[in-house]
Design a protein around this ligand. Structure first.
Ligand code: FES
Ligand SMILES: [Fe+2]
Length: 366
């Protein structure tokens, strides 16, 4: 079971135009396209007649013609024409999903359309701020979405997975960690003082000596992650208060729209937002290259981790992966699980008849 009444990242706004884009979210096949006026549309990608994917048909104005027997649908998914007959059987329609352009993403509502509330779209507003440079990259992982959340909520891994860019041994060995839950959001704040800068910070922060540096990872349900990196020359300490906004002398933001594709696969749509004054065009390209290298290094982990979980004789799953071995670094990711567990229980209670299960389809731990 998935958390339903939420906006999920369907992709980047730029990905969808007048050509069909077929994707699966939460186990449901969807076709995306834009109307002639640019408004995005999301429909069930399965013809009401013989179930051919509608993405194999064609757009005629703002209507969609199935590529098999020519049923014609409007952009709400209602069949408006059947070739060779006047009568359209009642209920000849496909499901239509609310979908919204915001922060250079398309957000799709996978729950009850009556409850779609645009104020619940996450605040990724830095992406729209013209004073920032931005860059994006996407992945489809053969892994449970929780493994990606785990990765982003425990940045001690930078020391081992990203040692040639943002990682340094101090991030794992010396960082102080604070985990704070506020409502349904959990933040992990991790900071180090008077440490040598990792390569990315040395090159783009312009440091010659030691620095104070900090990272904040923030999870909000169902699967939104924002990360903020900050740093400054050592001596002033780490700024108090809202560390997410304060990046000191140099830092950058990372935004992740994570969407379960199925119970065992996931989409990851990532933006970075960085100071445009980072350097000349070549230096900016190098910064983006390093950021893309980092996420690519992570992407290698998830499918092999998932396979090892699947093969585990102890019947581990992505939800229960670290019940026995719980580290000081795991506080944030365990809190994120707890939040989802509570919301799944609430969703089940409001549905009235389902057993709480996590988004992998396994029973949620109690
Ligand atoms: S399968 Fe679409 S019209 Fe027959
Ligand atoms: Fe990473």
């Amino acid at each position: 079971m998935f958390l339903r009444d939420y906006w999920y990242a369907a992709g980047f706004s730029e990905e969808v135009g007048r050509a069909f884009l077929a994707r699966t979210y939460l186990g449901e096949d969807v076709v995306l396209f834009r109307k002639e006026d640019g408004t995005p549309v999301a429909l069930e990608n399965r013809c009401a007649h013989r179930r051919l994917p509608l993405s194999m048909g064609k757009l005629i104005g703002d209507t969609l013609e199935c590529g098999y027997h020519g049923l014609l649908y409007d952009c709400h998914g209602v069949c408006i024409k059947i070739p060779g007959q006047d009568r359209i059987p009642r209920g000849t329609a496909v499901k239509s999903y609310p979908i919204v352009d915001r922060h250079r993403y398309l957000w799709i509502w996978m729950g009850d359309p009556e409850r779609a509330d645009e104020s619940k779209i996450p605040d990724f507003g830095w992406i729209d701020d013209s004073s920032y440079g931005v860059s994006n990259i996407k992945f489809r992982h053969d892994a449970h979405v929780q493994l990606i959340i785990d990765n982003l909520m425990d940045l001690s891994h930078l020391a081992y997975v990203h040692p040639t860019t943002t990682g340094s041994p101090e991030i794992a060995e010396l960082a102080r960690i604070e985990t704070v839950r506020e409502g349904e959001t959990v933040s992990v704040k991790r900071w180090m003082e008077d440490v040598p800068p990792a390569r990315t910070f040395r090159e783009f922060g312009g440091y010659n000596g030691n620095i104070d540096s900090w990272q904040v990872s923030e999870f909000s349900p169902p699967t939104y992650i924002r990360v903020s990196y900050g740093s400054r020359g050592t001596g002033k300490g780490v700024p108090p208060g809202s560390w997410f906004d304060d990046q000191g002398h140099w830092g950058f933001y990372v935004f992740h729209g994570l969407t379960p594709e199925t119970e065992v696969t996931a989409h990851q749509f990532r933006y970075i937002a960085f100071d445009k004054g980072i350097g000349n065009e070549q230096e900016t390209e190098e910064f983006i290259r390093q950021c893309d290298q980092i996420i690519t290094e992570d992407s290698v982990l998830f499918p092999v981790q998932q396979r090892a979980i699947d093969d585990d004789p102890e019947d581990t799953d992505a939800w229960n992966i670290n019940e026995q071995v719980r580290l000081v670094h795991d506080g944030g990711l365990m809190q994120a699980r707890q939040i989802v567990r509570e919301l799944l229980a609430r969703q089940t209670a409001s549905n009235g008849n389902e057993t709480p299960r996590d988004s992998a389809g396994a029973a949620a731990p109690r």
